[in-house]
Design a protein around this ligand. Structure first.
Ligand SMILES: [Zn+2]
Ligand SMILES: [Zn+2]
Length: 111
């Protein structure tokens, strides 16, 4: 093996590892759909008066991340909920943000 060939092999190895690093970086990038898009609909439920309503992420941010309840106007009682497409109700999560498998109102599977 002469010096020139060693240099070529070295360049190929560097290129391959750069490509591998790039692909790895792409795979490790979190899915952009999990980010909060401004137009995304958020569903809310009031822990105090059980009111159900929705806002967009943009509306929530415009209010400093606090969403007042449209019924009792308390801000701290609003909790993020899941939405049942089958019956249109907002479904409160189990514990800390865990999605129930089925809607507690109409028993349809929650997406
Ligand atoms: Zn309320
Ligand atoms: Zn339902």
């Amino acid at each position: 093996m002469n010096g020139k060939k060693v240099a070529q092999v070295g360049i190929i190895v560097v290129c391959l590892s750069a490509a591998a690093y790039f692909i790895y970086g792409q795979l490790m990038t979190p899915d952009s759909s999990s980010e909060l898009e401004p137009g995304r609909t958020l569903y809310w439920i009031c822990m105090d008066c059980n009111a159900e309503w929705s806002t967009t992420a943009r509306e929530m941010e415009a209010q400093g991340g606090e969403v007042p309840c449209p019924k009792c106007s308390r801000k701290s009682s609003a909790g993020l909920a899941f939405h049942c497409d089958a019956c249109g109700r907002n479904v409160p999560p189990f514990g800390h943000g865990t999605k129930p498998d089925n809607c507690p109102y109409c028993k349809a599977p929650l997406k």
